[in-house]
Design a protein around this ligand. Structure first.
Ligand SMILES: [Zn+2]
Length: 133
């Protein structure tokens, strides 16, 4: 675990605890029951609060779902996966493509399709990087 950082509610800068300024007029700015600020921003003098640790996302599976005309065309992933596509609208579907599945509370008939994702970690990484930009 890293050192806890404190984030300014106004300007978003983060500080270590010893960098924070003392809070002026504490009880004029903080009401009982509110989250306790950890100090004052030395830059803009707004209140700073403990920053939650960012969850580690490095071990999460990423998938990209590509649609074509509203239908799933391809599912790219950085780890092997199977996926099920379900559609409660079964009108005009073949009998062998319909199953009774409990998705919510009650069993219902759905059109289903089981498929494998395309494992392509490089492309998935590139797409996520482009989106983050
Ligand atoms: Zn600030």
């Amino acid at each position: 675990m890293g050192e806890e950082l404190h984030r300014c509610d106004n300007c978003g800068r983060t500080y270590r605890e010893e960098e924070l300024a003392e809070i002026h007029d504490f009880w004029g700015r903080v009401s009982p029951g509110e989250i306790m600020p950890s100090g004052e921003c030395p830059q803009c003098h707004a209140l700073c609060y403990p920053q939650r640790e960012e969850p580690d996302r490095s071990d999460r599976t990423r998938i990209v779902i590509l649609l074509d005309g509203g239908r799933i065309d391809q599912v790219l992933s950085d780890a092997p996966l199977d996926f099920a596509v379900l559609d409660p609208d079964t009108e005009g579907c073949d009998e062998d493509e319909i199953k009774t599945v409990t998705i919510y509370q009650e069993p219902e008939e759905v059109w289903f399709h089981l498929r494998e994702g395309t494992v392509d970690p490089e492309r998935v990484h590139r797409i996520f990087t482009d989106i983050d930009r």
